[in-house]
Design a protein around this ligand. Structure first.
Ligand code: ZN
Length: 492
């Protein structure tokens, strides 16, 4: 028997076999069960996720000799004919190569004739967005009111190119990119059935390379079997598709999060030496940080959809290395690089410089973070002042002192004042400031005039993007510490 590629051999034959499109299969099955079948359907979604397959299963469900049924038998002549695309009553047309108005006239001619042996005459038009405007218009009238025995099923990768007048006459279904977890489970099922020994990391590498398309993943698996036989490891997949191993990718992310610039440069050097595709690397690194952000912001359950258990453990460890706003900044830098890679003359330099900027972003305190901490410090001082006020005028003005290098220590030689450093409790918000060398001076805290009204501060507008924050910070600092008018220049 002739060899059949995996994607065809394992093409789903029932709604239950379709991976990751439950929202569509459930609606279609219910429509059949309740006898509420519309006359036109439109499936929209990226390539390789099952639009054509779904169209054929739906056609089988409608025309099966035992139907219409949610569970087409797959055994009768109608089901078999539809599965291989040879049924007279189910007309499949590729609109990419048949996009002229004459082609649609051919379809309309066939609409006139009732089905020969089935319940319905079904027209499946793939890549329907490729039809010319004239072809679309020729179709409109029939689409509005087709004969009762006619059903249209349209599929397209680009829903926004289909005329609104067409969309409004169809039931529209948006198919989802299949999650990595779903692809992994399907690949594992097929490999077990085919007797292919393959590691989880190898399957993950295939799933990563397929960008949510199951057909691409199965084609990759076919290619690997031709390359290596039925015993496959992650190294085989990486060698064939130029991908970076999961471990190396996570190591690079780790180096970025820890600000380890030599580590980053060594990794880039190794990737280039091994001939890895930098665009692919960027896309994968971006995806890793996206998963990290999902883990931090939405928790384990949502992150689990796209990663394996081993990856989840790594995400958990890395999530502690940087707060979400810095991960957002890193993701922004990486996606900016992704856009610039196409036109870059020296790809390696661009990658190195961007990754170093990412490492800095992971370790540098941003201006809004400083602002947030200053605000919290100010509120803390105001609370102290309020608490100290009832003690009377004798306690109010304290002698200037600058004995303590940080708010956590106080000088034993100076009697404590109401606002002495010792009384400013170390709060969580202050701790990181000290760790990173931003400890506020105790002298400033203690010498602050208690009843000073907020002073107007003359601040020149700064031209750079961070200017507004600098102004805010200076205003806050002056209110907080009671300094004189501030003159800010652009080189501050
Ligand atoms: Zn059947």
């Amino acid at each position: 028997m002739a060899y059949e590629v995996l994607a065809r051999k394992w093409r789903p034959k029932t709604f239950d076999d379709v991976v990751g499109q439950d929202h569509v299969t459930r609606t279609l099955a219910n429509a059949i069960a309740q006898d509420r079948i519309a006359h036109a359907y439109l499936f929209i979604g990226p390539r390789g996720i099952g639009k054509t397959t779904l169209s054929r299963i739906f056609a089988m469900a409608l025309n099966c000799e035992k139907g219409p049924t949610m569970h087409p038998c797959g055994e009768c002549d109608n089901c078999k004919g539809i599965a291989v695309g040879s049924d007279m009553d189910v007309v499949e047309l590729d609109a990419a190569s048949n996009n002229k108005v004459e082609d649609i006239h051919g379809v309309l001619d066939q609409v006139q004739f009732a089905p020969t042996h089935s319940r319905f005459k079904i027209f499946i038009l793939d890549e329907v967005h490729m039809l010319s405007n004239a072809a679309f218009n020729a179709l409109l009238k029939t689409l509005e009111e087709p004969p009762p025995y006619v059903k249209f099923i349209f599929a397209t990768t680009e829903g926004d190119k289909v005329l609104p007048t067409i969309i409004s006459r169809c039931q529209r279904f948006d198919l989802r990119r299949i999650s990595t977890g779903d692809i992994l489970r399907r690949l594992r099922f097929i490999c077990n059935a085919e007797g292919i020994a393959i590691t989880d990391d190898a399957l993950l590498a295939i799933a990563r390379g397929s960008n949510g398309g199951l057909r691409d993943a199965l084609s990759a698996l076919d290619q690997l079997i031709a390359f290596k036989g039925t015993d496959l490891t992650e190294e085989d997949v990486l060698a064939v598709f130029g991908l970076v191993s999961r471990g190396a990718l996570e190591g690079l992310a780790d180096a970025i999060l820890k600000g380890d610039i030599p580590g980053i440069l060594r990794a880039v050097d190794a990737f280039e030496g091994a001939g890895k595709d930098m665009r692919r690397l960027t896309a994968e690194l971006l995806w890793h940080f996206r998963n990290l952000l999902v883990f931090q912001q939405a928790g384990v359950e949502l992150a689990r959809q796209d990663v394996t258990t081993e990856q989840l453990a790594v995400l958990e460890a890395q999530a502690k290395l940087a707060p979400p706003q810095r991960i957002v900044e890193i993701t922004g830098l990486l996606s900016e690089m992704e856009g610039r890679l196409r036109s870059a003359l020296s790809v390696r330099t661009l990658v190195e410089m961007t990754l170093i900027r990412c490492a800095r972003a992971a370790k540098t305190v941003s201006l809004d973070e400083v602002l947030r901490r200053l605000t919290s410090l100010r509120e803390q001082v105001i609370r102290r002042l309020a608490a100290a006020a009832p003690r009377g005028p004798a306690a109010a003005p304290a002698a200037p002192q600058c004995a303590a290098p940080s708010v956590r220590e106080s000088s034993p030689t100076v009697p404590p004042s109401p606002l002495s450093a010792a009384e400013v409790e170390p709060e969580d918000d202050l701790a990181p400031l000290e760790d990173e060398g931003y400890a506020p001076c105790a002298e400033d805290l203690s010498s602050m005039p208690q009843s000073a009204p907020p002073r107007a501060v003359r601040v020149e507008t700064l031209q750079d993007s961070g200017g507004q924050y600098v102004d805010e910070i200076l205003n806050l600092a002056v209110r907080l510490f009671g300094g004189g008018p501030v003159d800010v220049h652009e080189n501050v």
